[in-house]
Design a protein around this ligand. Structure first.
Ligand code: 2M8
Length: 465
């Protein structure tokens, strides 16, 4: 296992941080798309690419647009945007489950993209329309030619985005609840979160054949999911493959069918962005009315997942017909979605500042642990079970601004940047020590730093820990 070293630079000069962020995106650039990290994640991940496009927009709006276009080239006939587009040049043993594991499922499915398919059969939260709209907004300050090019990009992407959101609103929500059903923790993006514990209990995996764990080569096993969790992840993948990724079959018998509130909240915001894009490209009234309905249904669905005791929003297990209690950042979903019940929004802001999250006196920086230290499943080292994720901080910061909470948003931005100045461009961080965990030079961390720096000053230099 590789030793972690503190960052070589302490980013003392304003501009240092931006240059390093730019360098990382450049180093991870594979020509038209960006790998999620240098070693641990050698492929194109769906929601990573959306965040990456948000950062790239500040460097080059054309390249940012290309990031999304490349991803959507692999969209399935159903409208699904795959969670991974595999890099066929990456060594076969660099990631598991890789293209060969999915190959027997995806290309056989009539819904798969044109060959070479090379994608997973899952999806991830739909940040893409937000990214596309952001590119358009940045292009607005770059002169007529750049704006005209960005208009062409929106025209090209809009129908694909619409198909993607329609898939989520229908195939992934046959109940019309406004909430998206996920088939696998990997679809949530917060993979190893205790949010999924109870639903994973149903996945009784015994005598499962052993499988490779290349993720443990360069990363301490205490920072990654346990073997027991990984068996369940692969078992669920194999069940999905077993039915050729057929969604009606999945919906009938798949043991993991969960309404994901964070995914659904992101979809509400993505639909707001899609509505803006629909205006720019002159989409039909029918489509605009539909998008508006999805927004309203999404907000309503989230309201119904409110837990008055935890004062958080909870995911919902369709098989158990019961909420999935956990104190995690997923619970802030109504704040992410915006414009919900004002009492719930006020309660969420209180919980955010309380000792359950930002107010914990032991925190190195006032940033939200992915799982609250007050949750029995909290683990400060393990992936999505406690560490702080810059990309989630970005989402929260963005939502706080839209909720009119400018001061809290600015505190979050400053603390997030200080953490990165001190610890480096980590995938995630230990909440009490600020130690960098997971991958170094993670692309989406570099991307959100660029967006934060475009929104205000770099913090004073702080000493590297
Ligand atoms: C992590 O997920 C992948 C599986 O998709 C993994 O652990 O192998 C998650 O943090 C996910 O949200 C992220 O998109 C991906 C790449 O950064 O890594």
């Amino acid at each position: 296992m590789k030793e972690k070293t503190p960052p070589e630079k302490t980013f003392e000069e304003p501009g240092d941080l931006a240059s390093r962020a730019e360098e990382i995106l450049h180093e991870n650039d594979m020509g038209g798309w960006t790998k999620a990290s240098p070693g641990l994640y050698p492929h194109q991940w769906s929601w990573d690419s959306a965040f990456i496009a948000i950062g790239l927009a500040h460097l080059d709006t054309r390249r940012a647009a290309q990031e999304l276009v490349t991803l959507f080239d692999h969209q399935w006939a159903t409208g699904k945007v795959p969670h991974i587009v595999f890099n066929m040049e990456a060594p076969a043993d660099s990631y598991f489950p890789g293209p060969e594991h999915w190959a027997t499922a995806a290309p056989d499915s009539p819904d798969a993209p044109p060959t070479p398919a090379h994608t997973s059969g899952l999806c991830q939260p739909p940040v893409h329309a937000m990214a596309a709209w952001h590119i358009w907004e940045v292009a607005g300050n770059r002169g007529e030619d750049v704006l005209a090019e960005a208009r062409g990009f929106l025209q090209e992407l809009y129908p694909k985005l619409f198909a993607w959101h329609q898939y989520l609103a229908t195939t992934r929500d046959p109940e019309g609840s406004g909430l998206v059903t996920i088939y696998h923790p990997w679809e949530s993006g917060t993979d190893n979160s205790p949010r999924w514990n109870a639903a994973l209990e149903r996945c009784t995996v015994s005598d499962f054949p052993s499988h490779p764990r290349p993720d443990l080569q360069d990363t301490d096993p205490s920072e990654r999911p346990t073997e027991e969790k990984y068996d369940r992840y692969i078992w669920l993948v194999d069940l999905i493959k077993g039915v050729g990724c057929n969604e009606s079959a999945i919906y009938e018998s798949h043991p993991f069918l969960v309404k994901d509130v964070l995914f659904s909240a992101i979809l509400v915001r993505a639909n707001e962005a899609l509505l803006e894009i629909a205006e720019v490209v002159g989409a039909s009234d029918e489509e605009r009315v539909l998008i508006q309905e999805w927004i309203e249904r999404g907000r309503q669905g989230l309201e119904e997942c409110w837990d008055p005791e935890l004062k958080l929003c909870l995911d919902y297990d369709l098989w158990a017909a019961a909420p999935l209690p956990a104190r995690t950042v997923g619970g802030f979903a109504p704040l992410i979605a915006g414009a919900g019940n004002p009492d719930h929004l006020e309660a969420l802001l209180e919980v955010l500042d309380s000792t359950a999250f930002l107010g914990d006196p032991g925190l190195r920086w006032p940033l939200p642990p992915s799982t609250s230290p007050q949750d029995p499943e909290f683990d400060p080292h393990r992936y999505w079970r406690g560490p702080i994720w810059p990309v989630f901080n970005w989402l929260l910061w963005w939502s706080l601004i839209r909720a009119g909470e400018q001061e809290s948003a600015e505190r979050l931005r400053q603390a997030s940047l200080e953490q990165i100045v001190s610890g480096g461009f980590g995938e995630y961080f230990e909440p009490f020590t600020g130690e960098l965990l997971g991958s170094d030079d993670q692309s989406w961390t570099a991307a959100v730093v660029l967006d934060w720096l475009a929104s205000g000053p770099q913090p004073e230099a702080v000493e590297a820990t």
